[in-house]
Design a protein around this ligand. Structure first.
Ligand SMILES: *[C@@H]1O[C@H](CO)[C@@H](O)[C@H](O)[C@H]1NC(C)=O
Ligand SMILES: *[C@@H]1O[C@H](CO)[C@@H](O)[C@H](O)[C@H]1NC(C)=O
Ligand SMILES: *[C@@H]1O[C@H](CO)[C@@H](O)[C@H](O)[C@H]1NC(C)=O
Ligand SMILES: [Ca+2]
Ligand SMILES: [Ca+2]
Length: 362
């Protein structure tokens, strides 16, 4: 039997053209990202061989914590963590966990302790707040006439000023991956002055502003730009005061939170941003629009669950140490590393515990 090709084509060709047109329209007109930029991924030479040392972590509070993004240990040795379901939970020195305070928010991220007691917390909906035994106080929720959304990490200077990052002024935590796909810098570094009760913009145009840390002498601060795979140094004192330079670049992952180490260097948690083999997405506008439009594709590209990496970076920007779990076997998606008494405490966006790693023999 002869197949009538011309007839089949008459039907199939217009139908597939129409489908293609519909998809193209959908992708370009309804894409949640606008005019995306190409992204420079870390060069292969920056990737160090895996050592899987993070597979040796002890799990603290397993099952009791949901997505503990950031951790902080205060001077008394009490460990605090802010969890994805809005809890501040703490681990006392006697080993017992306490559900300390619940924040009414879809999520909370970075934390730091305040010198007059209590904890400073980044709330992705409402800005920056302070939590102590008495309760919760909102410190800042506006800058330059707009609401502060997606506050990500915060540090307190000894004069009481708070420096904090806004990851993206365009996208929310739930679709942060779109910020990376669009690759246009919507991040900021803000400063809250408690004496004037005023918030100002210190740096604008950051590529997903994330971890913030102060140097040992508070002569500069470091702010990390996740999808630029680098952290910036912003001078607070001296001749260069107010100037910005690169602190470390070409990191083997997207930097998340950063903390000062005991010796004056810094611990930086790195996110594996893209699933292996799908790196091309970041250099194709069409692929970016497709990935941004269809959530299942976004999830496929999102590589954060597959690895964990922490680096120690010297004050001069040299990478001193690297710890990883190359397949995310024990811990994945590590977002923060905090040093206290010869141990590293690790927060993660995917785990249900805080990791504890001895630094004595590492
Ligand atoms: C542990 O210490 C905390 C804070 O001092 C206290 O509230 C708690 O009751 C203690 N738990 C145990 C089991 O000793
Ligand atoms: C502050 O707001 C004004 C008015 O909306 C705007 O023109 C200006 O660009 C903003 N400044 C910064 C640094 O975002
Ligand atoms: C990417 O994966 C992380 C970890 O599972 C998750 O928290 C985040 O929501 C995911 N993002 C997207 C856009 O899928
Ligand atoms: Ca922090
Ligand atoms: Ca963060």
């Amino acid at each position: 039997m002869a197949i009538n090709f011309s007839r089949a084509f008459k039907f199939v060709v217009p139908a597939s053209l129409a489908a293609l047109l519909a998809i193209t329209l959908q992708v370009f007109f309804f894409s949640p990202i606008k005019d995306p930029n190409f992204l420079q991924l870390p060069s292969k030479s920056s990737l160090l061989p895996a050592n899987n040392l993070l597979q040796g972590v002890t799990k603290l509070g397993e099952g009791f914590l949901k997505r503990p993004e950031d951790v902080w240990v205060d001077k008394e040795g009490v460990l605090y963590t802010a969890t994805g379901d809005g809890w501040i939970k703490r681990l006392h020195k006697n080993g017992s966990w306490e559900e300390w305070k619940k924040i009414d928010s879809s999520s909370i991220l970075g934390i730091t302790s305040s010198k007059d007691g209590g904890l400073i917390v980044c709330d992705v909906e409402k800005g920056v707040l302070k939590v102590n035994e008495e309760g919760i106080t909102f410190l800042t929720s506006h800058v330059n006439g707009t609401n502060i959304r997606f506050a990500d990490d915060v540090i307190e200077a000894s004069d009481g000023s708070l420096y904090f990052s806004v990851a993206s002024t365009k996208f929310e935590l739930s679709n942060w991956y779109l910020d990376l796909l669009e690759a246009r810098p919507h991040g900021q570094l803000l400063k809250y002055n408690p004496l004037l009760d005023e918030t100002s913009i210190v740096l604008d145009g950051l590529g997903f502003a994330n971890g913030v840390a102060l140097s040992k002498d508070e002569d500069y601060l470091v702010v990390c730009e996740t999808w630029r795979f680098r952290c910036l140094k912003y001078w607070l004192k001296g001749e260069a005061s107010g100037k910005t330079e690169i602190f470390v670049q070409n990191l083997p992952g997207g930097p998340d939170n950063i903390n000062l180490a005991d010796d004056g260097s810094f611990w930086i948690a790195l996110l594996h941003l893209t699933a292996d083999g799908l790196e091309f997405v970041h250099t194709s506008k069409l692929a970016k629009h497709l990935a941004a439009t269809f959530l299942s594709l976004t999830k496929l590209i999102n590589g954060t669950t597959r690895k964990a990496t922490v680096v120690k970076v010297a004050a001069d920007g040299t990478i001193l140490k690297i710890f990883d779990d190359s397949q995310g076997k024990t811990i994945s998606s590590v977002t923060s590393a905090f040093e206290f008494e010869d141990h590293l405490y690790l927060g993660s966006l995917t785990s249900n515990f805080v990791g504890k790693l001895s630094l004595k023999d590492a």
